[in-house]
Write a new protein. Structure first.
Length: 534
């Protein structure tokens, strides 16, 4: 519960601009609009949409975002100070910021004298005029203006007097917040706070902080800056961004709200309890893999593998968890592996009401250790583990029985340009005792062809299989010293409209390993839909 005396910290998200500068990150216009709506829903204060003069997509974003009915967040347009030797009212960049209709404009200017003289190639006084004129023009046009002091900490170390002059120029022109940027990401927390304390004595304008993560200190530096007076933190969702990324606003918000006292964030939306959802939403739209070990919201953030840990967590959750995972929309996960003790097995089987059967617990643990010795890995394939429990508990009745399958890959031509044609045939007995079905499926590869043949055989009896699809397919060589005869482990991730699950298969034959994982995926879906797995 937020205290009435807590200091409200503004969260300024730049995922759509600074985040999109990360390697391999690209958002479509629709992606940017969807993320904007999601950030507003959670209660973020400011959303930087991009630089309206840089490309057609960013220009159109500022037109289309007007159609969104945002409840709290304000959209910000980003741009640079006017060019040298031209009035702000004539500068195309300034005009683009004004015409974007964004209620807030964020202007970035040079703070380090090295950049002024060697990059911009203007004299120091002209740079001060560029800062002053740009901000004053936008303020006169009715815009709220934030000033991003680029390379602030490097500049202050090199020439503190001039760096302070740039901030005073922004203040005199009417900047609402002056944001101190650790653009190179190389400043340590003690220098962050010492520098902020020094300049605050000469400024009346509130300060913000914008940190890059090149020393993996962006979050620590942002939190330290807040402790020393910063009212605004700029960053990105999941910390994506150029080079090593930006401060991760997921962790910044979580730490300010849950770990530190005296601060409040995300007061005007669904807030903290949806941060895990937000994190994965942005990963999906950016077509990036989740970071399992990401603090607060990663799948492994509250995962417990060692038996001693699980035993303790079952008794006293906070003995191995620094917060309740539900506070950030995450969940506790108990992993099963060869390192597991009885506590892990008990925790994983509680939902089946089998935990009272100590002999069964022993059998499950022994079988898990035996299979993992063969190359299986159940911590990444919990659906296969659930099916294993049903088999050992004698509650498993197969939905179909394999009679045989065959996969053919055929190419025509010898010039290397022919496209391989893959065909799979399967012969199954439905429901253990039901009719036999023989089907043929084509696909882009052996697994796709097998999947298509299986579906053709099973969907007439089990139509809900049509609602599941393959999300990911991973192959790992287990005993690489065996060369091409090595065992492989295949993990398949599947999903339907309600959930995602993973299954595993191991064999010296990659097709057989894929078959085992694929069959588990299909059977898990059928058992789950019948309410036998939860």
């Amino acid at each position: 519960m937020t205290s009435s005396s807590a200091r409200s910290i503004q969260l300024y998200d730049t995922t759509l601009r600074d985040g999109s500068q990360g390697e391999g990150v690209n958002f479509s216009l629709q992606d940017k609009l969807l993320i904007t709506a999601k950030l507003d829903e959670l209660g973020f204060d400011f959303i930087e949409g991009g630089y309206p003069l840089s490309n057609e997509k960013d220009f159109e974003y500022f037109q289309r975002v007007q159609e969104l009915e945002l409840k709290h967040a304000l959209v910000c347009a980003f741009g640079m100070t006017r060019r040298k030797g031209i009035g702000a009212e004539q500068d195309t960049g300034m005009i683009a910021l004004r015409d974007s209709l964004a209620p807030v404009c964020t202007v970035v200017g040079k703070t380090w004298d090295l950049h002024v003289t060697e990059v911009l190639r203007v004299d120091l006084e002209e740079n001060l005029a560029m800062i002053r004129d740009s901000i004053a023009f936008l303020v006169a046009e009715g815009r709220r203006v934030f000033y991003d002091a680029e390379h602030f900490f490097d500049g202050y170390r090199a020439n503190p007097d001039y760096t302070l002059q740039t901030l005073l120029a922004a203040q005199e022109a009417g900047a609402e917040v002056i944001v101190c940027c650790d653009t190179n990401g190389g400043t340590l927390p003690e220098l962050i706070v010492a520098t902020l304390d020094a300049v605050r004595r000469d400024l009346s304008t509130p300060l913000g902080i914008h940190c890059h993560n090149d020393c993996e200190l962006a979050i620590a530096n942002s939190l330290a800056a807040v402790d020393h007076g910063a009212i605004q933190v700029q960053g990105t969702i999941n910390g994506i961004g150029e080079r090593c990324g930006n401060a991760d606003l997921i962790s910044v918000a979580s730490n300010l709200a849950l770990k530190k006292s005296g601060y409040s964030v995300l007061e005007h939306g669904s807030g903290l309890s949806h941060l895990t959802e937000l994190s994965r939403y942005v990963y999906e739209l950016a077509n990036m893999n989740f970071r399992n070990g990401q603090p607060f919201v990663g799948r492994s953030a509250f995962a417990h593998k060692g038996g001693m840990h699980v035993h303790a967590v079952n008794r006293i959750a906070h003995s191995y968890e620094h917060i309740n995972p539900e506070l950030v929309g995450n969940e506790r996960r108990v992993l099963v592996s060869e390192l597991s003790g009885r506590s892990n097995i008990v925790a994983k089987t509680t939902k089946y009401k089998l935990d009272h059967d100590q002999e069964l617990m022993t059998q499950i643990l022994a079988r898990v250790q035996e299979l993992e010795n063969e190359g299986y890995q159940f911590e990444a394939a919990e659906a296969s583990f659930d099916l294993l429990v049903k088999k050992l508990a004698h509650t498993y009745e197969p939905k179909f029985r394999r009679i045989h399958y065959r996969v053919n890959v055929d190419t025509h031509g010898t010039d290397g340009t022919a496209t391989p044609l893959t065909e799979a045939t399967v012969k199954l007995q439905i429901d253990g005792t039901g009719p036999e079905r023989y089907e043929v499926g084509e696909g882009d590869g052996p697994v796709n062809a097998l999947d298509n043949a299986l579906r053709k055989a099973l969907i007439p009896t089990y139509p809900n299989l049509g609602k599941m699809h393959l999300v990911d397919y991973k192959v790992r060589v287990i005993n690489s010293t065996e060369g091409t005869a090595a065992k492989v482990r295949v993990v398949i991730e599947s999903a339907d409209e309600h959930s995602v699950w993973s299954t595993v298969g191991v064999s010296e034959n990659i097709i057989e390993a894929s078959w085992l994982a694929l069959v588990d995926a299909l059977e898990y879906k059928l058992f789950k839909d019948e309410g036998e797995l939860h």
